[in-house]
Design a protein around this ligand. Structure first.
Ligand SMILES: Cc1cc2nc3c(=O)[nH]c(=O)nc-3n(C[C@H](O)[C@H](O)[C@H](O)COP(=O)(O)OP(=O)(O)OC[C@H]3O[C@@H](n4cnc5c(N)ncnc54)[C@H](O)[C@@H]3O)c2cc1C
Ligand code: SF4
Length: 518
C-alpha cells in the first residue's frame, strides 16, 4: 500500500537514492513508523523485464550523465554506477564481505603512511558487528548464519585447483548475497550467469525487489522514480528544510523535510552537497571544514585472465562466486600495507575482447576469441588509502541537462596501490601458471565500481564530514547514508557495510525522532 505525501509535509524524512544505502534506510525507517519520501533519479524497471544481454542491460541500467575523470582513471567514464530504482544493487555481483577489524583502524594499524590521510573509524568493530549480523540475515549471505554456500561452478573449480597448488588455504564459493536455497520469498540461484545484467528471478539481493516493495507495504513510504534531486535547502538556522528535485516531466519541485539523507553513491552525494551552497555554506552544504568530496577511495583493482588448456565455460554459473582470502591480511613484509581479495570475475565476449585485446582486430584477436570457452579470469581487489587530493570537484563550465556543473573525479594511485597491485597480479598469474595456462593477460580496470570516502565519518569535525551515525558535523538533520561515509576502504566489497550502516542509522534516526530531538 504505497503512500503519497504532500510536498508541504515537513514531517517526512527525504532520502536521495534507492540503492543499497537509500533503499535499506527507507525500509528500516518505514517499518519503524517513520514517514519517508525516497527520490530516485532513475526509472522503475521490474526484474521480470530484465534480459540476459549484458550490452542491453548495461545501457538500460547505467548512470550515463557526464562525469570527467582526471588522473589514473578513465577520462570519460571514471565511475560505473546505476540510475534505476534499486541503484547499483540491480547490477552488482553480490559478494558480501565484512571488513576485518584492523581495517576499521587503519591509522592505528598501518601507522604513518606518506601522502595518505588515514583515520580510524569513529566506531568500533564491536559496535558494528551486530549490524553486520542483521545485514547478512537480511541479504541472505551464503556462508553466514547457517546459510549454505553456492555450488561450485567450473570457473570456481579452476580457481580452487590453482589455489591449492600454490598453497592457499582459505577459498570457497564466497559470501554471496544470492540465495543458495529458496529464502525470504525469493528462489535459489539457477546458475544462469552474468548476474550484472540483473537477476530475472530475483535470487540475487537487490533493494529493487526486497526493501522497496516492503517499505511500500508499511504505508509509510513513497518512492518517486525519475526524480533528480538538484539542491538541498536549509532554513535561517542552517537546518535542512527541503529538497528540490526535477520530476519526470521536467518540473522543478520542493519536498519539505524533517531530515534529509543522501545516498547517491558517493559521486552524486558530493555533487549535491557542493551544488547546494548558500550564504551560510558558501563552499557547499556541510562543508565548513572543506572535507566534502575529499579522501575519495575506490579499491585497488587489477584483472588477470588466462586461456586454460581445457574448456572452462566461465560464462556459466554465478558470476562472482569464487574467492581466495589468504592475501587479505596485513603483512608489511610483502612490501605494502593492507591486503587484497582474489575473486573470480568472468566477462561476456564483448567486454572480454575490450580488456584482453583492446585493438580488437586481426589474427591474434580471432585466435583469442576462438578460445572464449577456455578462459578463466580473476579480480584483484585491494585496500585503497585515502588521499586528501583524490576528490570530487565541480567543473567550472560544463553543465548537465539540469544546468548543474558536471562532476570531475580526480584520482591518483597511491604508491602503496602500485606495490599491492604488482603483488596481486603476480599471485593471480601463479594460480594460472600452476595449472598450465596457455596464455595469461593482465589488464587494468580503471573505471571505479566501488566509491567510498568523500563525506567520511570522523571523530573530529576537521577530519571529515559526518559522525559515527552518518550525521553531518555541520547540520544535525542532514545524514550521509552511502559508501561516502566510509573512513577507510578496507579490501572488502563495500555493500554489506553500507547496508549494515543503513540499518544502524535508521535505528538512530527513529530514536531521535521519537525523542523529539528532530
Ligand atoms: C558491476 C558492478 C559490480 C559490483 N559488485 C559488487 C559486489 O560484488 N559486492 C559489493 O559489495 N559491491 C559491488 N558493487 C558496488 C555496489 O553496487 C555498490 O557498493 C552499492 O550499490 C552502493 O550503494 P549506494 O546506495 O551507495 O548506491 P547505489 O546502489 O548506486 O544507489 C544510488 C542511487 O541514487 C540515485 N541517485 C544518485 N544521485 C541522485 C540524485 N541527485 N537524485 C535522485 N537520485 C539519485 C541513483 O540513480 C542510484 O539509483 C558493484 C558495482 C558494480 C558497478
Ligand atoms: S547466476 Fe544466479 S544470481 Fe546470478 S543472475 Fe543467474 S540466477 Fe541470478
Amino acid at each position: 500500500m504505497s503512500k503519497t505525501f504532500s510536498l508541504n509535509d515537513s514531517s517526512v524524512v527525504v532520502i536521495i537514492g534507492s540503492g543499497a544505502g537509500g533503499g535499506t534506510l527507507g525500509y528500516e525507517l518505514a517499518r519503524q513508523g517513520v514517514d519517508v519520501v525516497c527520490l530516485e533519479a532513475g526509472p522503475r524497471q521490474e526484474a521480470s523485464e530484465f534480459v540476459n544481454d549484458a550490452e542491453e542491460m548495461t545501457a538500460r541500467l547505467t548512470w550515463l550523465d557526464r562525469r570527467i575523470g582526471v588522473g589514473d582513471t578513465e577520462a570519460n567514464f571514471p565511475v560505473f554506477t546505476c540510475k534505476t530504482v534499486g541503484g547499483t544493487t540491480v547490477h552488482w555481483t553480490a559478494t558480501a564481505l565484512r571488513m576485518q577489524d584492523h581495517e576499521l583502524r587503519p591509522q592505528t594499524t598501518y601507522g604513518k603512511i606518506d601522502n595518505a590521510s588515514l583515520i580510524d573509524w569513529p566506531l568500533s568493530p564491536e559496535e558494528l558487528a551486530p549490524y553486520y549480523d542483521r545485514a547478512e540475515d537480511k541479504m541472505g549471505v551464503t556462508g553466514t548464519h547457517g546459510i549454505p554456500r553456492l555450488p561450485e561452478s567450473n570457473h570456481y573449480k579452476v580457481l580452487k585447483a590453482g589455489a591449492k597448488r600454490v598453497g592457499y588455504r582459505h577459498f570457497n564459493t564466497g559470501n554471496m548475497a544470492i540465495n543458495s536455497e529458496d529464502r525470504d520469498g525469493r528462489p535459489a540461484c539457477r546458475q544462469i550467469g552474468f548476474c550484472m545484467s540483473g537477476c530475472v528471478i530475483a535470487a540475487k539481493w537487490s533493494t529493487l525487489y526486497t526493501e522497496i516493495p516492503r517499505a511500500e507495504e508499511t504505508g509509510h513510504f513513497e518512492l518517486r522514480p525519475q526524480a533528480m534531486a538538484v539542491r538541498i535547502n536549509h532554513d535561517a538556522d542552517g537546518r535542512v528544510a527541503g529538497v528540490v528535485y526535477v520530476d519526470q516531466d521536467g518540473t522543478r519541485r520542493e519536498q519539505k523535510a524533517r531530515v534529509a539523507c543522501v545516498a547517491g553513491n558517493a559521486i552524486e552525494t558530493a555533487r549535491l552537497l557542493l551544488n547546494s551552497k548558500s550564504d551560510l555554506f558558501p563552499a557547499g552544504l556541510a562543508n565548513r571544514a572543506d572535507q566534502v568530496g575529499r579522501h575519495y577511495m575506490r579499491h585497488v583493482f587489477a584483472g588477470v585472465a588466462a586461456i586454460m588448456p581445457g574448456p572452462v565455460n566461465f560464462h556459466r554459473g554465478t558470476q562472482q562466486a569464487g574467492h581466495v582470502q589468504d592475501e587479505a591480511d596485513h603483512r608489511p613484509e610483502r612490501g605494502f600495507s593492507g591486503g587484497y581479495q582474489i575473486e573470480i570475475l568472468p566477462f561476456p565476449p564483448t567486454s572480454l575482447a575490450r580488456l584482453v585485446s583492446p585493438g580488437g582486430w586481426g589474427d591474434d584477436f580471432a585466435a583469442i576469441m576462438e578460445k572464449y570457452n577456455h578462459f578463466a579470469s580473476l579480480l584483484i581487489q585491494g585496500e585503497d588509502f585515502p588521499q586528501a587530493d583524490n576528490r570530487i570537484l565541480l567543473h567550472g563550465e560544463e553543465r548537465d541537462a539540469y544546468g548543474l556543473p558536471v562532476p570531475v573525479v580526480r584520482y591518483r594511485d597511491h604508491a602503496n596501490n602500485v606495490a599491492l597491485r604488482r603483488h596481486g597480479v603476480a599471485a593471480a598469474r601463479k594460480i594460472f601458471q600452476s595449472l598450465g595456462a596457455e596464455r595469461i593477460f593482465t589488464y587494468p580496470l580503471k573505471s571505479a565500481t566501488h566509491n567510498m570516502g568523500i563525506c567520511r565519518m570522523s571523530a573530529r569535525s576537521q577530519d571529515g564530514v559526518c559522525d559515527k551515525w552518518g550525521r553531518t558535523h555541520d547540520i544535525p538533520n542532514l545524514y550521509i547514508s552511502d559508501g561516502s561515509a566510509f573512513s577507510s576502504s578496507s579490501s572488502a566489497n563495500p555493500t554489506l557495510t553500507i547496508v549494515a550502516l543503513a540499518i544502524r542509522q535508521a535505528e538512530h534516526i527513529a530514536k531521535e525522532i521519537s525523542a523529539g530531538r528532530m
